[in-house]
Design a protein around this ligand. Sequence first.
Ligand code: AMP
Ligand code: ZN
Length: 463
Amino acid sequence: MMKVHNTLTRKLEEFRPIEDGKVGLYTCGPTVYDYAHIGNYRAYVFEDILRRTLKYFGYEVTQVMNLTDVDDKTIRGAREAGLPLNDFTAKFKAAFFEDLETLGIERAEHYPAATDHVPEMIEIIRKLIDKGVGYQSDDGSVYFSIDKFKEYGKLARINRDGMQSGARVDQDEYDKDNAADFALWKAWTEEDGDVVWDSPWGRGRPGWHIECSAMSMKYLGETFDIHTGGIDNMFPHHEDEIAQSEAATGKKFVNYWMHNAHLVVEGQKMSKSLGNFFTLREILDKGYSGREIRYVLASAHYRQTVNFTFAALDAARSALARIDDFSDRLSRSSRKGSEGPVPGWVERAEKRFSEAVGTDLGISEALAALFDMISEGNRALDSDECGGDLSAALALMDRMDSVLGFLGAEASEEDSDVRQLVELREKARKEKNWAESDRLRDEIDSAGWTVRDTPDGPVLKKK
Ligand code: AMP
Ligand code: ZN
């Protein structure tokens, strides 16, 4: 049984899915008006770990991540670039998928784009107007009347007394102090250019919040299990999603809300508007790998603020080297053959790891289980009394990696062609045929592997 911290109740709760063994998960996706910064990737890495942990516990996950390709920011960006909206966003959609690959983030089952779901949004707005919760104002836009939804504010816990009843806000982003009727449908203005759809309320475009209500309910149903995002999205975005969805369907929208804390730089949220951001590409250009960046983003608990530093990336490099050395050592020793029961240090690590990740993704304890296993395992291997079947340790590393996603390619993944090249190279080296050994090293390199010579023999690593 997994436990998660539910933002709706501010409590640690047992996770009970609507349908046995299955989970519907909605994760707010990128606004594709620029390259995502690594603060955004903190959110996506957290969601990836959540998805992988659910799978580790045997759930079948259906994850939906939307692509916000029409909102205030994308329209402004397209106008400034002098491009049609879809041409402008296409480049950032492609970059986003490349970045997911770099960070070892598993693909979601659905990536719906907002521009493909305007009819579904119109349908929800129509229901809200029919129920008297939505109304059209003089300027032609349609607003949600927060007075008409008695539970407005329940997620962000805002005080209803302070709400400006009847006041309206048409920007997508605003703060709690300005809680007001928000836009469901925005009447066309000159700034929108040719970004426009027909609707029963005239030409215009959807507001940002309605996009996520429409796309989540379309793929996951009117009530689903988990909805996540960064804490900055709790208000107004998620509060508004709840209001629109629940007012339209009369049903509870989401059972568990989970929010990640921010990635900060010198105490401030990393964001485009503050100008204190790094894109993934910028960090890769400085010589760090996707795996190292993933380690930094994944290794702090998702509800704790992370301070981004290059020192943390360097520390990640050393931690990963320690993990790699241990995997190499395990593979080499297990190839030599080891028999017997599952060693005690493997069993202990597995139990501790499962409990840790199953308790609100307790990453610190999970990593402690991993590194203690490495220490104990190394001691056991030093003493030549490994205490049993080493393939069990390798299998556990694989299971841990199914959650963490940064333990990396192990020697077990080596394909036999590459192994053969390594053996030929060993032979050449014994014969002191250095030219041949160098040539074989290049060949191994082109196959995507590096070979390192150690006192115990050559060690292969996937690049
Ligand atoms: P956006 O593209 O701005 O809608 O953001 C995409 C996701 O990244 C959302 O879940 C945000 O809450 C999250 N996010 C934005 N900035 C940060 C940050 N500095 N740290 C962590 N998550 C963030
Ligand atoms: Zn969203």
